[in-house]
Design a protein around this ligand. Sequence first.
Ligand SMILES: Nc1ncnc2c1ncn2[C@@H]1O[C@H](COP(=O)(O)OP(=O)(O)O)[C@@H](O)[C@H]1O
Ligand SMILES: [Mg+2]
Length: 285
Amino acid sequence: MTTTDTTTAPGAAAGPAVVLEGRNLVKEYPVGARSGLLRRQQRMRAVDDVSIVLAAGRVTALVGQSGSGKSTLGRMLARLIPVTAGEILLEGTEVLSAGRMSHREYVGDVQLTLQDPFASLNPLRRIEYTLGRAVRIHQDVRTAEAVHERCLALLERVGLTPAERYLDRFPHELSGGERQRVSFARALAASPKVLIADEPVSMLDVTIRKEMLDLIDALRRDEDLAVLYITHDLGSARRYSDEVMVMHHGKVVEAGESRSVIDDPQDEYTRRLLAAAPNPGARLR
Ligand SMILES: Nc1ncnc2c1ncn2[C@@H]1O[C@H](COP(=O)(O)OP(=O)(O)O)[C@@H](O)[C@H]1O
Ligand SMILES: [Mg+2]
């Protein structure tokens, strides 16, 4: 087992326990047509040497324009896609080396939710099936009654009450906000230590965004979750995160305490991003 010395990545200050750490992560994608004779494939770096530290009970916001590499970094940290280079450490253990930690074991600790829960919820299955499946995979419960009880508790945890009313529904019978809550409930079924929420409110009506972000904030506090909040909305990053990392063309251009970065950005790109954002310092409605 490798033990992290937490000296390499920014944000690894003494204090909250470091749960997940990415070191020098790189993701390259092939671009363009494969040239026949030369066989030299062009590659682009969607994520270019990014280091990140997520700590228990803390929200780190990852901000940047569309295409800056936020989702790619989130997917690598969730081990949904392979890394081109770099290391991932979960509670000090390097997880990518062969035989270190199975993917199955890893997803019990690190869960990812997506921008569009419609795309990740099976449209043909009732909510009880979807949640029950996650409960059976991640929790040591045997009987149908026990699974049912856990599903109800999860729905209540994410504010879907009365919970019984939601179990028999299909995803299309729910609002966008309710679907996003179900996808949080499914993530919580694993009792994760890390939640990576990729643009959790971008597809939601502005009037319910605050409720959803308040839910994430409550989960962070109550479950001591380490949260990576991926967003292009600087206003919510300022209000709901402890630290912010600004990505541009696959690189982190600025990182630090959210309020100081957003109120007094040092990097030229962060300044431009802020200039393009409507009232980043303003309170969310
Ligand atoms: N599977 C893929 N194949 C090739 N290119 C990809 C793939 N996924 C993402 N990219 C490219 O990587 C870059 C970063 O994308 P992404 O991580 O989705 O950015 P963001 O989430 O910040 O909008 C973009 O240029 C995108 O087109
Ligand atoms: Mg994205």
